[in-house]
Design a binder for this molecule. Structure first.
Ligand SMILES: C[S@@+](CC[C@H](N)C(=O)[O-])C[C@H]1O[C@@H](n2cnc3c(N)ncnc32)[C@H](O)[C@@H]1O
Length: 355
């Protein structure tokens, strides 16, 4: 097989959000003066972005931050598509191509898009993982260095694959960009997984900003899936919702339930965390989050924006601008990031922290 070089960025996304993912990568690349084109088939679960100027891939791999992409679940710098792999020996041509990507790899992930069509393919991918990993080790391509690039093989079918690399500090830490979280049996709602994933994704394994004894407000808390995540970490919660809270959670003794309007409630003293999962227009939530942070009512915020059916990327940009403008006017230094997490559906999660 002829040697080729990295040519495009492959972004995995939630099926149905390819248009948003493509618009976002075009805009982020343009901020780095990189122009290019996107290939994004509806419901395929991925987007391929290729700079017009091949040299510009280096700018993207060095300067583009994964955390700045909301709709991408994973970001991989890939070679041109490899197709027509011989079914009796897929490994030899793959190893030949792989050695052109990096000298050694910290991991090798065999992946597919997160679509129903790809589910059948995942059986093949699981079977192929063992033999391929052994060949990579035997060829001296594996290393224990955690910061070495990760190898990705993103299969479109059993003979067609994108080969690429991601950098561990600038990509999702999970295969396919999907954390395998187990639903905790005592949690009162499946929504609990949204906050668990958000905390893991934005704060990592051992966050200093989530400590026992801290205080939080949960707006739109009922029945208590998000509150449950905070209580698990021994954080005291004021749960704001007209709906009923889970009895067991209330028995913890560290939850206060207030049946008041989440848009009118503000705490008497500042709290460490605001979390908000109210089903409301995104623009109203963005305004509210900006007010909380600008008014010094919280230090950190994790919140959900339920996106409309149309113009979802535009809506997100508008919400971001609302929060940024409010905090800039109040001269509050901050960091703001958005991600469409695996457990998010037609929504995205925002993370805001006062610096
Ligand atoms: C998606 S549910 C929240 C689920 C919750 N995060 C969990 O994990 O169990 C949305 C909640 O927002 C509440 N809500 C909507 N508008 C509200 C408002 N203006 N004030 C307070 N709660 C509100 C609803 O009553 C509903 O319980």
């Amino acid at each position: 097989m002829e040697k080729s070089s990295i040519q495009s960025l492959l972004l995995y996304c939630r099926p149905g959000f390819e248009k948003e993912c493509a618009a976002e990568i075009q805009a982020q690349a343009q901020k780095l003066d990189v122009l290019g084109y996107s290939k994004a088939s509806p419901d395929s679960g991925y987007v391929l972005f290729t700079p017009y100027e091949p040299d510009h891939m280096a700018i993207l791999t060095k300067q583009l931050l994964f955390v700045d992409l909301c709709f991408a679940r994973q970001m991989v710098a890939v070679l041109p598509l490899v197709s027509g792999l011989p079914v009796d020996d897929r490994i030899s041509p793959l190893l030949g191509a792989v050695s052109g990507l990096a000298r050694q790899f910290s991991d090798a992930w065999l992946e597919t898009a997160d679509t129903n069509d790809a589910k059948e393919l995942s059986v093949f991918v699981r079977k192929f993982q063992g033999p391929l990993t052994r060949s990579i080790v035997d060829a001296g391509l594996a290393t224990n260095k955690a910061n070495a690039p990760r190898l990705h093989l993103f299969f479109l079918n059993s003979t067609t694959v994108y080969l690429g690399i991601s950098r561990p500090g600038n990509s999702s830490p999970w295969p396919m960009g999907i954390p395998r979280l187990k639903f905790p049996r005592s949690a009162p709602s499946r929504s609990t997984l949204k906050l668990e994933e958000a905390l893991l994704f934005f704060l990592g394994d051992d966050p200093k900003s989530l400590q026992p004894g801290m205080k939080a407000v949960d707006l739109g808390a009922a029945p208590g899936g998000w509150t449950w995540q905070l209580v698990k970490r021994s954080i005291r919660v004021t749960a704001v919702d007209n709906g009923p809270m889970d009895r067991e959670l209330m028995d913890s003794g560290i939850v206060e339930h207030l049946r008041v309007d989440g848009f009118r409630y503000f705490p008497a003293k500042p709290v460490d965390w605001l979390v908000c999962d109210m089903v409301e227009q995104p623009s109203r939530i963005a305004t509210l989050i900006g007010r909380w942070m600008a008014g010094g009512h919280c230090r950190n915020a994790m919140f959900n924006l339920k996106l409309p059916m149309k113009k979802r990327y535009e809506e997100l940009k508008q919400c971001r601008a609302t929060i940024e403008e409010t905090l800039d006017n109040a001269e509050v230094p901050f960091k703001l990031a958005f991600k469409q997490l695996y457990h998010d559906r037609e929504e995205v999660t925002g993370y805001l922290v006062r610096l």
